[in-house]
Design a protein around this ligand. Structure first.
Ligand code: CO
Length: 134
């Protein structure tokens, strides 16, 4: 089912500081910030030779990463994203096996313009998983 690692996402309290750290201290290529109101985050992408890092800052009052940042005030690894060929087939296979999909179970359009779903961390050894159809 799983394809390539698409990205690792890090929740951060301050996107400018985080982007500057990656750009200036680590010498990485960092995109301009992109607001994603449907997902309650503003994101920048750090481009690496083999994958991407997403830096996520809360956007709006009901941001899904607000609680995470209450517990992890300096930020921390929030989720990992795996690529799948067919997101509906993956969802159906996973729910049939007892895994929980977050939200209403329907894919949303993610930061790269592709359908995404999130899987409950308690079903996946404590890691929030995003699936992205590529
Ligand atoms: Co993501």
């Amino acid at each position: 089912m799983l394809g390539r690692l698409n990205h690792v996402a890090i929740a951060v309290p301050d996107l400018d500081t985080a982007a500057t750290t990656y750009r200036d201290m680590l010498g990485a290529t960092v995109s301009a910030p992109q607001a994603l109101p449907d997902h309650g985050v503003t994101v920048v992408f750090v481009e690496l030779p083999n994958t991407k890092i997403e830096l996520l800052e809360p956007l709006g009052a009901d941001s899904p990463i607000a609680k995470f940042l209450e517990k992890n005030a300096q930020g921390g690894m929030h989720h990992i994203c795996y690529e799948v060929d067919d997101i509906h087939a993956a969802r159906d296979q996973l729910t049939a096996a007892g895994a929980r999909v977050l939200g209403d179970g329907e894919p949303k359009i993610g930061a790269h313009g592709k359908p995404v779903l999130f899987l409950h961390p308690k079903d996946f050894v404590g890691t929030l998983i995003e699936l992205e159809q590529v």
